[in-house]
Design a protein around this ligand. Structure first.
Ligand code: ATP
Ligand code: MG
Length: 551
């Protein structure tokens, strides 16, 4: 093995940065992550976070966390708090204080006045429908507004009145005066300020005019001396407007925008509007439902920050449209937990085993390794008793050779314990097996018997006397089609089996597992202790193998 440190493959943005540094365009690299606080962060945001914060880290630069909060009606302080929490949890530190675009409302207002003074912005009283019609189409140029040639002095007065609350919502707006015939729709005199009598989570009732995203974002970048403003491809056209604003106001800093493709992930949706609908219409239990692709949901599902960062590194950054396989995300957490999660035994669908030749009042403390190939992880105590639980599916009255579990008159090994042989069984009125009577071989603890007998297989178990009841939630994909967003009605493809709840029993060591910690239930999958439930509850993070791809 070479001891070279693995170098992450570069990407086109890093190449641009390398060149900028080489040519002296920038001396320091400054990025930002600019969420709008109108929802929880999802795995797509994680891609942007890893890109922006990762670049800052690798180039000895800094990355700001800036809330892009120009839309007070849709925003909420709860979202602000959850976003800060999620960014920290992912393992990143923003530079200095958290920033808000609303910190710059006064400066943004002054830059708008500057544009008016230069004859580059005007107050328009056209109603929305008229404005839309006059904007034209991709094949038809727009038509100039009758308000386009109002004098500078009059515009200053009107904008002052807008700010003073003398106009109603929708009565007028401030537009940049650019080019109604531009082939870029965003350049056809875009609205840059509108009237909203809305309470803002940061600025309260101080403002009744709010700047639009395209005007706000570039100026906020410039104020913060951002060198590379990285965003997703839907803003490609808007780059013209970004540059136009920066070029036409008196600000020294010249940030540049670069676009990359959004992450789309199979079997889920990443549009905030759809995620909000899933929550408000109770298709899931909340933003942190373990089936949600949100950072909060993934955390509660048992994903680690490292596994999410690893996923973002594996998918890379390009300009190509993509739909990433869910199995790729799952592989990242499986790889992590395979190495790091301790092992334990849990029975999801218990049936009872009675070992008839084992003393009734005896408890033997066995020692089981916490990890099969990492001795440093130590061992744990597992109590063994006459009555045990095993999985219902691990017993059959009779079976062919492929069934390497417990069968009448045949032997299996109980994991970390003895050989047992099944003698007879009882069932209830519905024909479900309730109890299997067995005998054990005391000479098989940690070794095969001297006579060369081999067990057909190994099954897991939990002591009936010492086991702890637990709710075990089997989570699966939220949708049963790879690209639900492409369906006419995405809700119709919700997977009805995305959550199956089991009342199981787990070995006693698991009662002390810390909330959020991952564990491998041997032979069953990777689980984590749920962070919300009162009682002992485990969420399935991912199965042991990629059964979806096998299907
Ligand atoms: P909205 O429709 O509310 O604008 P949004 O998904 O763009 O939703 P923002 O809060 O504006 O949400 O996103 C913050 C940053 O995260 C932006 O720079 C955005 O480009 C990036 N981002 C959002 N979704 C994805 C995604 N699926 N893949 C990569 N980056 C994303
Ligand atoms: Mg956005």
């Amino acid at each position: 093995m070479s001891d070279e440190i693995a170098v992450r493959p570069s990407n086109f943005i890093r190449q641009i940065i390398d060149k900028d540094l080489q040519q002296g365009v920038h001396e320091t690299i400054q990025t930002r992550f600019p969420p709008e606080p109108n929802g929880y962060l999802h795995i797509g945001h994680a891609k942007s976070i890893c890109l922006n914060f990762g670049i800052a880290q690798d180039y000895n630069g800094t990355c700001n966390l800036r809330f892009d909060d120009t839309n007070p009606e849709k925003e909420d302080i709860d979202y602000v708090n959850s976003i800060m929490n999620d960014v920290s949890w992912l393992g990143f530190n923003w530079d200095g204080e958290v920033r808000y675009s609303s910190n710059y409302f006064e400066q943004l207002h002054d830059y708008a006045v500057e544009l008016i003074e230069k004859g580059l912005a005007y107050v328009d009283f056209s109603d929305q429908d008229t404005m839309r019609e006059m904007r034209g189409t991709l094949t038809q140029p727009g038509i100039n507004s009758p308000y386009r040639d109002t004098s500078v002095a009059e515009n200053i007065e009107l904008f002052t009145k807008m700010r003073a609350g003398e106009f109603n919502e929708g009565e007028c707006c401030l537009r940049a005066k650019i080019d109604m015939a531009s082939s870029f729709m965003c350049m056809r005199d875009p609205v840059i300020y509108r009237v909203r009598f809305a309470h803002h989570h940061q600025t309260g009732d101080q403002w009744c005019i709010y700047p639009m995203y395209d005007f706000t974002h570039c100026i906020s970048d410039a104020i913060e001396n951002i060198s590379h403003s990285l965003c997703t491809l839907e803003f490609q056209d808007n780059r013209r407007l970004y540059d136009w604003v920066i070029d036409n106001i008196s600000i020294a800093s010249q940030p540049r925008q670069y676009e990359f493709s959004r992450l789309n992930l199979e079997y889920t949706v990443l549009s905030k509007r759809k995620l909000i609908d899933l929550v408000t219409d109770h298709h899931v239990s909340g933003w942190d439902d373990p089936r949600m692709p949100t950072v909060a949901g993934l955390r509660r599902r048992g994903y680690t920050p490292a596994s999410i960062r690893e996923f973002c590194a594996r998918i890379g950054v390009t300009k190509m449209d993509n739909l990433v396989e869910m199995s790729m995300l799952e592989a990242c957490i499986r790889d992590d937990l395979n190495v790091n999660a301790p092992r334990a035994m849990a029975v999801l669908d218990p049936i009872k085993i009675v070992i008839e030749n084992y003393p009734e009042d005896q408890t033997e403390i066995l020692h089981a390794p916490n990890h099969p190939n990492d001795e440093s992880k130590g061992t744990r105590e597992v109590p063994f008793t006459r009555e045990l639980y095993i999985e219902a599916e691990d017993f059959r009255e009779s079976a062919n050779k492929k069934f390497k579990r417990l069968v009448i008159d045949k032997e299996v090994r109980l994991r970390n314990a003895y050989f047992i042989k099944a003698n007879r069984f009882e069932q209830d009125a519905q024909g479900n097996v309730t109890t299997v009577y067995c005998t054990y071989d005391p000479d098989t603890l940690g070794k095969d018997p001297a006579d060369g007998r081999k067990a057909k297989g190994v099954i897991h178990w939990v002591s009936a006397q010492h086991g702890v009841p637990a709710e075990i939630r089997l989570y699966d994909r939220l949708f049963n089609v790879p690209n639900p967003a492409a369906e006419d009605d995405y809700l119709a493809s919700l997977n009805p089996d995305s959550l199956v709840i089991k009342q199981g029993v787990v070995e006693p060591s698991l009662a002390n597992l810390a909330v959020g910690e991952g564990v491998q239930f041997e032979r069953t999958g990777y689980f984590c202790r749920d962070s919300e439930a009162q009682n002992l509850t485990f969420n399935r993070t991912v199965g042991l193998r990629d059964t979806w791809s096998e299907k």
